[in-house]
Design a protein around this ligand. Structure first.
Ligand code: BES
Ligand code: ZN
Length: 629
């Protein structure tokens, strides 16, 4: 039940609307339904809104951040188009919002806040006077809004100022703005944000690096974007330029290390433009978040949000930046129409990421990253149910957050790799350039992609490509026979050394690791046998100091091995890791593994309870099942 459900009791319209909301969304808590032929492929099952009748085109936001109460309060003005002239109401999504009032041209209008679905929130139906083109909703957020994290000063790098950030993808924008929270609704936006005077606000919009720090900040996003790309952060932030169009926002403690780590961002931007068409968002900046940020990165337009856990000191984890940057083409310019089509965002982006990494850092690095991605995909395929290995996944009745896997990423990228290999790289690049131009600023379904392919590459290269094969990739589980398999010579060497050591043909002191990159370490560790003896673990650790590794990915791989083998000398480090990092991809596998034994679960529970006040709502939700209640 919505925390503020008394609001709809107070609504004058309680169940008395002449027109009932006919939401697409079904209760996400209901049992998932079997895939059927009647599947409505362009329907967004995760929004209650009615863009086919009345479509929001612009958002005007005025919000104040109250750090004491942990609420955002103010108003959202929505401008809309009537698609269906007969439509009498606008339906927007909300989640745990307290609605103060709804007005059109200063006059209060009737509204109905429907009962809450636990995953999707509450539809807010607003009755529209005939001539209305704008409505204003005055509201405030809940302190536990699923899309907002409020951090105390201790949870930041500087420890002196509080911090706030939002994370809207997939269905959380509705927890801080009442809007049509569907990726097929695109809007421009303007915002005024009021903060404590000493803090700076930034958004996924135009940010003026020279703005006076006066507690009032203005933003404009002139290109129409889907709601999941609206983002806000507030903190003790400073800016440093990295290139002409690129820069970084971070707390002062992290600013110089971040700018050094990510100094290749400008080159990435330039080479991506050259290969795939113009960058359409003017500036590209990075925002470094506190370590509780639940993802590696989030492609908020003009301002990607980035976890600090990738600042390794040697640029070894910058594929993340290439990835978020690439979303400026695949995702932000050409957007998935529903969450079922997420692979159009993530698969294209993963493919582009590999291409950027190859061009900037060479083929060896690309090959290594591709093999690691492929292995990670294989691990997921082993664990997933067949129906969740389908690119165009059926998400009806489920929260998209609960079905997160490598399928849309790595399987999607492999499909594109196969097409590239069949038609030739130059031809495929020309196709991609056209694709981004053709669908720019549109939200498209998997079917739109298939139809477009039908009119282009499938027509041009009928002897090389078949529609049947493409459909097999998109609608069938697993990988089709003959799918590309990435290979790395550098890793072949690692395999030989690992085997020689395991077969006791080589002493640990003879494993020549001096020149190993992070990727070689990850490959060495990830492919050790599941079971290792205490002596073997001890030998590796004392020779290579793995427990002390400050590279968060290497530490993750090592700690996972430690948990699987109950290697206790690493447990202090494991505890510290779990308490200090909130990036779900890094902590979830550790919690999952710990939960398999009673002792492990007790350890996990202790760490989780200590960390919980600093974890993001998404990280809490994803891991609470692994610890004791
Ligand atoms: N857009 C995603 C993050 C996301 C996906 C949030 C789905 C919510 C729902 C972002 O671009 C991403 O893919 N991040 C990855 C990066 C990695 C693949 C390089 C991450 O955070 O791990
Ligand atoms: Zn992504």
């Amino acid at each position: 039940m919505n925390k503020f459900s008394w609001i709809w009791l107070a609504s004058p319209l309680l169940f008395a609307c002449s027109e009932t909301a006919t939401p697409n969304a079904q209760s996400a808590s209901a049992k998932p339904q079997p895939v059927t032929e009647q599947f409505e492929a362009s329907t967004d099952y995760h929004s209650f809104s009615n863009p086919d009748q009345v479509r929001v085109t612009h958002l005007d936001l005025d919000l104040t951040a109250d750090f004491e109460r942990r609420v955002l309060h103010g108003q959202a003005t929505l401008s809309f188009e009537r698609i269906d002239e007969a439509a009498k109401s606008l339906i927007v999504d909300t989640r745990d919002l307290m609605i103060d009032n709804v007005t059109v041209d200063g006059t209060k209008v009737d509204y109905d806040l429907k009962p809450a679905d636990p995953e999707l929130g509450s539809a807010l139906q607003i009755m529209l006077p005939e001539s209305a083109t704008k409505v204003t909703i005055a509201y405030q957020t809940s302190p536990s809004a699923s899309g907002v994290q409020w951090l105390s000063p201790e949870q930041t790098a500087g420890k002196q100022y509080p911090f706030l950030f939002t994370q809207a993808q997939a269905v959380h924008a509705r927890s801080f703005i009442p809007l049509q929270d569907s990726p097929q609704v695109r809007m421009t936006y303007e915002a005024t944000i009021h903060t404590p005077q000493e803090l700076l606000a930034v958004m996924s919009a135009s940010n003026d690096p020279d703005t006076a720090r006066d507690g009032e900040y203005h933003f404009t996003m002139a290109q129409p974007i889907p709601s999941y790309l609206i983002a806000l952060a507030i903190g003790n932030l400073e800016f440093q330029a990295m290139g002409e169009r690129t820069g970084v926002y971070a707390e002062p403690e992290l600013l110089a290390p971040a700018a050094a780590e990510f100094e290749d961002t400008e080159s990435m931007l330039e080479l991506t433009e050259k290969a795939f068409g113009p960058y359409q968002w003017d500036r590209y900046d990075l925002l470094i978040l506190p370590p509780s940020f639940p993802f590696g990165g989030m492609e908020n337009p003009r301002l990607s949000f980035i976890t600090p856990t990738v600042i390794a000191g040697d640029k070894s984890l910058v594929a993340l930046i290439a990835h978020e940057l690439a979303h400026s083409w695949s995702g932000n310019a050409v957007t998935n129409a529903t969450w079922r089509d997420l692979w159009l965002n993530e698969g294209f982006t993963t493919y582009l990421t590999y291409r950027i990494m190859e061009q900037l850092y060479g083929e060896d690095r690309y090959n290594m990253e591709a093999v690691l991605g492929y292995q990670s995909l294989q691990t997921d395929i082993e664990a997933l149910k067949a129906k969740d290995e389908i690119l165009a996944i059926d998400l009806r009745g489920r929260n998209p957050d609960d079905v997160f896997s490598d399928i849309p990423y790595e399987k999607g990228a492999l499909l594109l790799r196969e097409i590239e290999q069949k038609v030739g790289r130059d031809n495929f690049d020309a196709f991609l350039m056209d694709y981004f131009e053709h669908f720019s600023f549109q939200s498209i379904t998997t079917q739109s992609f298939i139809d477009y392919l039908d009119q282009t590459l499938l027509k041009q290269y009928p002897e090389k490509l078949s529609k049947q094969r493409i459909k097999q990739w998109i609608f069938e589980p697993g990988l089709p026979k003959g799918a590309p398999v990435p290979q790395s010579d550098a890793f072949a060497k690692i395999n030989r050394m690992r085997s020689a050591w395991l077969d006791q043909e080589m002493a640990v002191t003879d494993i020549k690791t001096q020149a190993w990159t992070t990727h070689e370490w990850l490959y060495f560790l990830n492919n050790l046998p599941q079971e290792l003896s205490a002596d073997q673990l001890q030998a590796l650790d004392s020779q290579f100091n793995l427990t002390a590794s400050q590279n968060n990915e290497i530490a993750h791989s090592w700690l996972l091995i430690a948990v699987k083998n109950e290697y206790k000398p690493a447990y202090d480090r494991l505890y510290e890791y779990l308490v200090n990092i909130g990036r779900n991809k890094l902590v979830k596998p550790l919690y999952r593994e710990l939960s398999k034994t009673e002792e492990g679960k007790a350890f996990a529970t202790k760490a989780f309870n200590e960390a919980k006040s600093g974890y993001h709502p998404l990280t809490i939700k994803a891991n609470q099942g692994f610890v004791e209640k």
